[in-house]
Design a protein around this ligand. Sequence first.
Ligand SMILES: [Mg+2]
Length: 221
Amino acid sequence: MYKYILFDLDNTLLDFNAGELNVLKTIFHSEGIEMNDENLSLYREINGDLWRKLESEEVVINDVLFGRFERFFNHFGISVNGEQKEQMFRKGINDAHDLIKDAKDILNYVKNKGYTIATASNGLYETQMKRMADSDILKYFDYHFISGQIGYNKPHAAFYQHCLNKLEAGNASEVLMIGDNIVSDIQGAHNAGIATCYFGEVDDVEADYSIRALEEFKNIV
Ligand SMILES: [Mg+2]
């Protein structure tokens, strides 16, 4: 059976969406723009478009990080320093550490059952470590696999291979990955021979297990 559990962080243990919404509200308000569904959709559209352009290598990362705020406020005829807004955003995200419901309870549960527990997260190492420390979940983990430090993002095979090497898992089938992202968490881990637990609202995800609430993870491990 499983000996190791890999936990995705954002929107699996840490409520990234809640933190992001709060900081976006502050940034919108800094230029007198209201936070409502319409303006949030506009931001998401601009942000999504830029991330897609990054994937197809039409732009570089700073065009995304700075440009999203410049474009958003341009829409209202406001010209801003995108780098400053990005700094506000980064600071807000660094400080955000709301937990998903039952996150601590689940970590306690798997810890007490003797599993070796690791993070498996796409993100900046310092940011993720700080958010875990602030939310008091850092103490549960035996290992941290964070893309910013490893140099590869999930779902890249090299990311998961790195995890397996460091865990010294005799067999990938001793490892279970839980996460909310169908591509980076579920398909990526599956391709590495790791068992998968999808946590989210989408039906018919091709994972070994699917749960809609963290509490249900207790039925699996
Ligand atoms: Mg996630």
